[in-house]
Design a protein around this ligand. Structure first.
Ligand code: MRU
Length: 381
């Protein structure tokens, strides 16, 4: 997508060998800061401290990180060194499925490498493939979701379709296009009038800092709302459709996404508003059936709730305390929306009801009898 009219991805190989570049999202929307990542420690910090975030981009970053690990490895014991790097990366953030998915993909590739130099070559290739596929999956999610928006637009006689989204499942959460935003960008480019209600998404403000910014860069009409406004808008017929992203989706269709998503799904059901979850195949966790009990939910520092950072009137970035210093806070990063509240999933292979049997019709290779048996040493999150 574009920044000031220039096409950008969120992650790309730098010009210097061994350098990967990212947009450090902590500074958006106020500053565009490009950061160089070189060591596995750089990559792990970038993921855990959210310089990069969003399931797809976390996966793509892990892909490049494993190439950095291979470049830095010494000949003696290189397989163990790669395994240690993978364990470090896997521990950075627990909920996004794409992280373990990307690491597993690199592990499978390096298992076949006969030497360290072959491992260096193959991890570079796989990192590129993960990033390119992520962008392509999102582009295809956009094509399938576009038809949904087109039908709503026709039903409204061409009046703008009002879409509510939570957090940032935009291109900044992936390599390009986004999941929840891809259908919106596709509709906008097809000349279908759309308007997006952007939940600000406390406490990290992915909605106000990132989604509002990227929609603005693409010229998509949008309005920022506090997180607790969606129910009121739905009661008054001001939301035609909810599209959110996902960090991990169980085989049953239960979907983990940014904290607060579940409340939007409840409000949507009460008001008869269609509620869709957009995701690429890399976000499915085929080993998990009961999302509510089995998806690990990240808890982050209470500092993120009690302090807020923004641009001060003097033009610098400032943090201020917005709660009594001694008040304890609970910062759950995600919640799980049960499949029964989800109208459908928008995937790169098409739309499907959020039900095991229906999902497997799109992904028949994931049926138990078609899946390779896991070895005990394989990573599992
Ligand atoms: O904590 P984040 O910013 O990494 O969480 C991201 C989300 O939860 C987004 O809502 C997104 O939908 C899922 S990532 C594609």
């Amino acid at each position: 997508m574009r920044i000031d009219g220039q096409p950008f991805r969120t992650i790309w190989p730098g010009r210097e060998p061994g350098v990967t570049q990212i947009i450090d999202q902590r500074h958006l929307p106020h500053r565009l800061v490009i950061e160089d990542l070189v060591t596995v420690g750089d990559f792990a910090r970038a993921i855990s401290e959210m310089h990069v975030r969003g399931a797809g981009l976390i996966g793509a970053t892990a892909g490049y990180a494993m190439n950095a690990a291979a470049q830095a490895a010494r000949d003696s014991g290189w397989r163990e060194q790669l395994a240690t790097a993978a364990a470090t990366l896997l521990a950075t953030r627990p909920t996004a499925r794409n992280l373990a998915w990307a690491l597993e993909r690199q592990r499978t590739a390096t298992a076949k490498a006969a030497s360290l130099s072959a491992a260096r070559e193959v991890t570079a290739k796989v990192a590129r493939e993960i990033a390119d596929e992520d962008a392509d999956f999102c582009r295809r999610i956009g094509e399938h979701g576009l038809e949904l928006i087109r039908r709503l637009s026709q039903a409204k006689g061409g009046e703008p379709v009002n879409i509510l989204t939570h957090c940032n499942a935009g291109w900044l959460a992936f390599v390009d296009y986004g999941s929840a935003t891809a259908p919106i960008y596709a509709a906008h480019q097809a000349g279908i009038p759309v308007h997006v209600w952007v939940d600000e998404t406390r406490p990290w403000l992915q909605g106000s800092r990132l989604t509002a910014w990227e929609l603005g860069q693409e010229g998509v009409a949008h309005t920022l709302i506090p997180d607790n406004t969606g129910g009121h808008l739905m009661q008054h017929g001001l939301v035609d459709l909810v599209i959110v992203g996902a960090d991990r989706v169980a085989a049953s269709g239960d979907a983990a996404n940014k904290i607060g998503t579940y409340l939007k799904a409840l409000a949507a059901q009460d008001n008869g508003v269609p509620f869709y979850v957009a995701l690429p195949c890399s976000t499915f966790d085929w080993d998990i059936e009961d999302g509510l009990r089995e998806i690990p939910i990240e808890r982050r520092s209470e500092e993120e709730i009690k302090w807020i950072t923004g641009l001060s009137r003097s033009g610098g970035l400032d943090s201020v305390l917005i709660a009594p210093p001694s008040t304890p806070g609970a910062n759950y990063g995600f919640d799980v929306t049960p499949a029964r509240l989800i109208t459908g999933l928008i995937t790169e292979r098409g739309l499907t009801p959020a039900r095991r049997e229906e999902i497997l019709k799109l992904y028949p290779e994931q049926r138990a009898d078609n899946r390779p048996q896991k070895t005990t040493t394989q990573q599992k999150r």
